[in-house]
Design a binder for this molecule. Structure first.
Ligand code: FAD
Length: 485
């Protein structure tokens, strides 16, 4: 199903934001004197892994940059969502780090301050990868609190202006060109005037509202399930690891259901009426710190995170699932008797919403077969990872690629039909399954670096993202630390 601005307006979302409730004073609209409250070269909408890297890259390449982020922190799913570890940044052979540039800098700076383990020493089939063998070598466990601070510091060093607690409301599109946005914060509505906009909202909010065609989920209304991440501490890690190691030979898949970590206890909990969750196991990733673990196990099907009611349901269900899993851990799992719930994500984890149309579309066959377009702005070997599950009409599929890596064309980041609009991160232009490969954080950061660098280059040479020569961008990225083969 293609969604467009007309169906969005029909749904009343804009009308609802503009209409004050009876008895409440309306938030102040900006004075209509034609002046914007903020003027910038590059406006980055969304401060997640993609948006932060876009902002830093654009600023380091000489642009004046403003980021608007609806939450109180940078990092998106990595910090608000507690998602981790960073999925692999290596080639399929596991020999070479291929996602480098800003991602590598972030990893190295985190490692230096004790906030991450370097991926060179982390392997699949072990505690840092929830004992998943395929495609999970060289993931990067990190501490989200260190990441929050580091991203603040890196933006400040680069001279990026960051507005937190600021929601993008509406695009300003003049003569078919993205030229700013209406935003909303504690001080009411404001306007931003910008020369180039990068949509890094994950959901493609800017592109969608600017009228760029988008596809929701798989195009038939089906979306990957949401998951509430949570972090646990005070775990006796040695006992927990010993139990998994003694039982991992029993991991299996039956009737499309995966029986992995602790399925031997989940069965008992089901019999005791203490487990009503879709999954029949509990996947835990070891975190940074000897007693810290991350749980990526909940499954909330049929969530459309572009719909406020649906998203609200997901948050509540995610917390319910967390409570069931915490009770289970303390009662059944060795080493977890005194486990403490450190926190749930301040937002539920959303794997998929809109795929925005761009000048090119990343194809799943090209990902699987290692196609590297001439204007590739990064290389990756991340597997095609589409989540479904027993209660979800989508079929789960995890396919490692048939080559050592694939490339992603710059043109997948150039929005169709609206000038001066770049895409970065989860909302790139790609077939849903192809996006299922590059939606993980290292590729999203590489996309951000590419989009931000492209924006700054356009301003330097006086061209538009659509007209920018891919060759020039690729050369600049390579000179600035990206690995491009
Ligand atoms: C359950 C789950 C498990 C995952 N597991 C892994 C994993 O193990 N490893 C891995 O590497 N990746 C994993 N991923 C994928 C990864 O976390 C995301 O796909 C990735 O963070 C996307 O980056 P992004 O910058 O495009 O979007 P996001 O991280 O979603 O960031 C978007 C940012 O934009 C902001 N924003 C959105 N709309 C607006 C608006 N209107 N106005 C202002 N700000 C806005 C948001 O607040 C957010 O900060 C997982 C994802 C989920 C949900």
């Amino acid at each position: 199903m293609e969604v467009n601005r007309r169906s969005f307006l029909k749904g009343g979302a804009i009308a609802a934001t503009a209409m004050p409730m009876a008895g409440f004073a309306a938030a102040k609209e900006p004075e209509n004197d034609g002046k914007a409250q903020y003027e910038t070269d590059v406006l980055v909408v969304g401060g997640g892994p993609a948006g932060v890297c876009a902002a830093i890259a654009a600023a380091r390449n000489g642009a004046k940059v403003l980021v608007v982020e609806q939450s109180g922190m940078l990092g998106g799913m990595a910090t608000q969502g507690l998602v981790g570890p960073f999925m692999t940044c290596y080639d399929k052979a596991g020999e070479k780090m291929i996602i480098r540039g800003l991602f590598e800098e972030i990893v190295n700076r985190l490692v230096a301050r004790g906030g991450a383990l370097h991926p060179k020493g982390v392997f699949g089939n072990g505690p840092y990868s929830a004992w998943i063998p395929k495609g999970h070598d060289h993931v990067t466990p990190f501490d989200p609190e260190e990441l929050k601070v580091l991203l603040d510091e890196m933006c400040a060093e680069a001279g990026v202006k960051v507005l937190l607690h600021t929601t993008f409301i509406d695009p300003v599109v003049e003569d078919g060109r993205a030229s700013g946005a209406r935003i909303f914060g504690k001080d009411g509505f404001s306007r931003v005037a910008a020369k180039i906009v990068v949509d890094a909202t994950g959901d493609g909010d800017y592109a969608f509202r600017a009228g760029v065609p988008c596809v929701l989920g798989d195009g038939n209304g089906r979306l990957m399930p949401a998951t509430m991440f949570f972090r646990v501490c005070n775990v006796d890690s040695e006992k927990l690891i010993a139990d998994i190691e003694a039982n991992k030979h029993t991991f299996h898949k039956k009737d499309g259901v995966s029986y992995r970590g602790f399925h031997w206890y989940v069965t008992k909990a089901i019999e005791a009426g203490e487990w009503d969750l879709p999954r029949r196991c509990l996947n835990m990733y070891r975190g940074v710190g000897k007693d810290v673990w991350l749980v990526n196990n909940g499954r909330i099907p049929n969530v459309d995170a572009t719909n406020t009611e649906s998203l609200s349901h997901a948050e509540v269900e995610g917390r319910h699932q967390t409570k069931v899993m915490m009770d289970f851990l303390r009662k059944y799992v060795p080493g977890c008797k005194d486990a403490i719930l450190m926190c749930t994500g301040s937002t539920v984890g959303i794997r998929e919403t809109r795929h925005v149309s761009g000048e090119a579309m990343l194809k799943v066959d090209d990902v699987m077969n290692g196609v590297v377009p001439e204007d590739s702005v990064f290389l990756a070997a991340n597997s095609v990872d589409v989540h479904g599950g027993k209660n979800n009409p989508m079929v789960s599929s995890y396919q490692t690629i048939n080559a050592n890596w694939y490339g992603v064309s710059y043109r997948c980041l150039v929005a169709k039909g609206v000038e001066n609009l770049l895409l970065a991160g989860r909302c790139l232009s790609g077939e849903p399954a192809a996006a299922g490969a590059v939606r993980v954080m290292p590729p999203c950061m590489a996309m951000g670096q590419a989009a931000g660098t492209a924006a700054a280059l356009c301003l330097k040479v006086g061209t538009t993202p659509r007209a920018l020569e891919g060759k020039m961008l690729v050369k600049t990225l390579a000179a600035q630390g990206a690995f491009l083969g």
